[in-house]
Design a protein around this ligand. Sequence first.
Ligand code: ME8
Length: 531
Amino acid sequence: MNQDKNTYYVTTPIYYVNGEPHIGHVYSTLIADVMARYNRLLGKDTFFLTGTDEHATKVVDTAAEQGFTTQQWADKNADAFKATFNRLGMSNDDFIRTSEDRHKIKVTKYVKQLLDSGDVYLGEYEGWYDAGQEEYVPENKAKEYDFKSPVNGKPLVRKTEENYFFKLSKYQGELLKLLESGEVVNGYEFDVQPAARKNEIVARIKDGLHDVPMTRTGMTDWGITIPGDEEHTIYVWVDALFNYLSAVDTDERAKYWPADVHIMAKDILWFHAAIWPALMMALEKPLPKVVYAHSFFISEGQKMSKSLGNFIDLKKIDHYVDTFGLDALRWFLATKGPIGATDSDFSEARFIEAYNSDLANTFGNCGSRISNMIGKYFDGKCPEHGPHVPLSEEYNDIAEQCLGKYKAAMDSLHIEKAAGAALEIVRAIDNYIERTAPFKLAKDPEKMPEVGTILYNCTEALRVASVLLWPLIPNKVEVFWGRIGFADYGKALADNGIGKLDQWAMWGHLQPGTEIQKGDPLFMRYQVPRK
Ligand code: ME8
């Protein structure tokens, strides 16, 4: 395993194509997008993967209900995911579909290897099956759930079938040791985050890992069959997990494995935190470094549901984008979402509060304030950094400290804290303006050089803050760059000019004499309409 690899590989779950995307899908993909953009800024050779999970029986069933062939239905919904992610500015490098040959061929190869090594074997399985979730529920859990699905409440069914099994039990000891020690075990490294989720996984592994059935019969025309046994189709979950590897299992992309982080919600953590690393051990591949399970978005205080009318579907998502702008949606998701161990409410009131207080009143307002003063006192040209002004050093230090905090927070997926560090710079600018009062000094013509220093410092600090904000709100930040003479930043990023964070976050890039344009406020304050 290459510890110092200068690559970064981030994934989202691959989403079921039995319906259109909703806010939950957009959320996980946005988190991955922010992490991908940040790592590109750091200079890492970044690969960001998302895609669709297509071989589920519920896809076959929904297609039939809707009067489509399974392939047509999968195509239609996969297109909806692609179009949505495109429209929302996701910078994924690839979009994998499990119905693609490139995936199917690799999965066949992996399973063949597992059959040859004895990690997959033919046996008989009897257990409690949750048809809605397409998974068997362990005996003790089935009892705990009163033999009903914990997801949809329908009765679990007793099912017996001849099955190929994956020898999950073999990996119990190693997995437990890896997670409990947090150290390298037999050359493997692996972590589950956040800590609360990891503890649950550790407890469940301690309960005992049994071998898991990994095939089903009776759906051979949709799915991937077991090599050498056309009767058995590989269970959709195993098929789906392999996407993370199959997408980069080519000569050019091999450098990206192992993944740095798999992002998902807690609903599907078990597959990623137990079965997936065990499959990788069985294939003798390095394990993903981190499996990160965020919590759920609820909506207006309640679980999202179509019948309650609080479901945040594509129409609602578009409404938010049309009303507040794409970056406002990105900001809300990235900073107020359920990244940690608790669920988070998607409510209009919280959205407006975040928009007004963080974007309109802070970043947007600070930009307008500075450009207005430069317009008024310096004819719209960036002033010279002139004579010393009290407070300046203290304030340069703040920008530097914030960069450190920002990086530490981003590296551990505390995106809201990273955003907070960037906003701390902006708030420090506001505070600096209050304390140095350039608008008062400007009344005395002799003080104009000092006013110049202050406004130079303010613009430069806002430029630094904007670089840190770029992974979250790239569109508005690029507009801002255009206004302060840094349109080439946007161009450099578009041309894959990666690796600029430390350079661009250094003090002193701003050129005196550059035209500082005013333009419309970057984020217009939103007034709640009176009912
Ligand atoms: O489970 N809040 O696909 P899926 C936040 N195909 N995130 C949410 C959410 C919510 N309310 N609802 C959904 C599958 N998500 C499998 C995955 S991966 C090898 C196979 C997000 O379409 C979150 O990331 O049901 C969750 O884990 C995922 O959508 C489930 O998507």
